[in-house]
Design a protein around this ligand. Structure first.
Ligand code: N01
Length: 545
């Protein structure tokens, strides 16, 4: 529908605003652009940080870099915007991504509608007025018809409750809340807890500065070299010339990346051929490693071939056999947890100032004023502790908004047994509340900007529909949610993903969190078609009143 017609058909605004968007990362920025500039709505974005960027505003830890290739880790909705920005490296570093997002915000004149340094403390649905009341830490309340959470999936830091932290006399940091002025590690004994994607990026950089770095590993992890480097002029030209194809590929592939998962099975090739394929993929580097065979994430025996190859690489790189054995003692299928990529991660353990401590067999018992003590009584004196311990993923950022829907229903109660959504977009009992990349959508299993654009587009089209048809409220039908939750579980169970029992995909990294596989593993291409069909059928599965 043309925007002008839509504006004429729009009902009078009941609250201060048509829409409140929470968060000014990739998601909130694009949602603001669509709702304000395409639909002509009055929108305010509330952002806790002092600037745009979301994840890239907060995660300033050493080595922070994106694992998606730069030409895919950006907005692609506008060809003009896509071609105007030039990335410098294969994998963009945090400062460059933050510069990019500021550039987009300025280019689209977004900042005038973003309220920075504004933390949302509660969101309450007022059924009589059909409004959302959003309260901020400063005590202000704003009202709007539509509430859109663009808070990201990995924005609630998980600092494990290890006894004694409050008495630690050194300095400590969580990677997701890194000081803007940086941290000087020189001359310090540093302990890093955590060997996920973040930890694996941070270790080589911290090791270069610290007097000594001790890495406390609970779960050993696979990693493939990123093979990062500057982009050639030819590649940059190729990206500009192939915008349409790159975007089409990202929209269709299961992971939203600009490469296809090959059709061949692991068993279509001989052992020697497979070894050559893995070697070539190792040399090429990056997340593409898992795209070599279609069955790597479906068939445990197929996965074992990749896992064995990667474990052998660890033993080849790491010179001390005991350290190598600990690093290669990986207990889950390859890519069942989010697979990291790295720059010199395993090589770093060959440095004389780096040591690895296994805290699976000998857990951290307490933090003392001067370091860490393990269960067997071993003391590790430390000046700085780095928590690369991840996030209360997917549900954490939503639950801390204290959202209360119809009849006083708190989101925390609605999700006491784990998140239940329709398409990861809406929750029963929470009318006109939308979640961008919410649980039950592909989100974290995909290249994020692609998922974000799809959700923000869908939400904007949906709001346009509601307004054009004079529909006051929208929320899912409980039966549709039941069917979707069942489908999300089936999609996960058709893969090896649930076999990593300690994964944050399952909420297992946060004690007491319900164990539910949260993202939709059915693939981005399929998900996109399902969402489009639902909209085409007049928002089938939603109650429109
Ligand atoms: O967090 P994680 P992350 N004692 O949860 C360990 C994205 N990301 O920040 O596995 C000891 O993966 C924990 O051990 P275990 C990406 O999606 C993207 O690294 O629970 N150890 C694990 O080793 C990624 O998956 C980019 O046994 C404890 C680590 O801490 C997601 O963010 C870059 C512990 C946490 O790993 C999260 O990654 C970086 C304890 N009490 C990250 N508690 C991009 O490229 C936790 N651990 C875009």
């Amino acid at each position: 529908m043309p925007d002008t017609l839509l504006r004429e058909a729009s009902p009078a605004r009941a609250g201060d605003l048509d829409a409140i968007v929470i968060g000014a990362g990739f998601a909130g920025m694009y949602q603001l652009h669509l709702l304000r500039d395409r639909l002509g709505l009055k929108v305010r974005v509330l952002e806790q940080g002092g600037g745009v960027g979301g994840t890239w505003y907060w995660n300033r830890y050493p080595g922070a870099r994106c694992d998606s290739e730069s030409h895919s880790y950006c907005y692609s909705f506008s060809e003009e915007l896509y071609k105007e920005w030039e990335w410098t490296e294969r994998y963009p570093e945090q400062p460059e991504i933050l510069r990019y997002l500021n550039w987009v915000a300025d280019r689209l004149d977004l900042k005038r509608d973003i309220r920075f340094d504004t933390r949302v403390t509660a969101c309450t649905y007022d059924a009589a007025a059909n409004l959302w009341r959003v309260t901020t830490e400063a005590g202000e309340t704003l009202t709007a018809t539509y509430l859109i959470a663009a808070v990201g999936c990995l924005s609630t830091a998980n600092v494990p409750k290890i006894p004694g932290l409050e008495d630690f006399q050194g300095r400590w940091y969580h990677t997701g809340q890194w000081p803007h002025e940086g941290v000087d590690f020189s001359g310090s004994r540093v302990g890093q807890i955590g060997t996920g994607s973040t930890g694996i990026q941070a270790v080589p950089v911290i090791a270069e500065q610290a007097q000594h770095l001790t890495v406390f590993q609970r779960t050993a992890n696979y990693s493939v070299p990123a093979r990062n480097g500057p982009l050639s002029e030819e590649f940059k030209a190729w990206v500009r010339d192939n915008y349409a194809d790159i975007r089409a590929t990202m929209l269709e592939t299961p992971n939203g990346h600009p490469f296809r998962i090959l059709e061949r099975s692991c068993w279509d090739v001989t052992d020697e051929e497979r070894k050559r394929i893995y070697e070539a993929a190792w040399e090429k580097g990056g997340l593409q490693f898992r795209a070599n065979f279609r069955d790597l994430l479906m068939d445990k025996a197929a996965n074992d071939t990749a896992a064995d190859f990667l474990k052998a690489k660890i033993r080849e790189i790491v010179k001390d056999p005991e350290t190598a054995a600990k690093l290669a003692d990986i207990d889950h299928p390859y890519a069942a947890k989010r697979p990291p990529i790295d720059t010199n991660y395993f090589e770093t353990y060959n440095r004389p100032n780096v040591s690895l401590v296994d805290v699976r067999s000998n857990p951290i018992e307490r933090i003392t004023p001067t370091g860490l003590r393990l269960r067997d009584g071993t003391e590790h004196p430390l000046d700085i502790i780095v928590f690369a311990t991840g996030f209360d993923a997917m549900t954490g950022p939503l639950l801390r908004l204290n959202v209360t829907g119809r009849d006083g229903l708190a989101l925390g109660d609605a999700w006491a047994e784990g998140p239940r959504t329709y398409l990861g977009l809406q929750v029963v009992g929470f009318p006109n509340f939308f979640t961008i990349t919410g649980p039950g959508s592909p989100s974290v299993l995909c290249n994020m900007p692609i998922c974000i654009e799809q959700h923000a587009d869908w939400i904007a089209d949906c709001i346009a529909h509601l307004r054009a048809k004079g529909i006051a409220r929208m929320e899912p039908d409980p039966a549709a949610v039941e069917r979707w939750v069942t489908h999300v579980n089936e999609a996960a169970n058709a893969t090896l993903l649930p076999q990593a029992g300690h994964s944050w995909y399952l909420g297992a990294n946060v004690p007491g969190k319900p164990r539910v596989f949260m993202p939709y593993a059915g693939g981005m291409g399929r998900y996109r078609r399902l969402c489009a069909e639902v909209a085409e059928k007049g928002y089938e599965g939603f109650r429109l009143e």
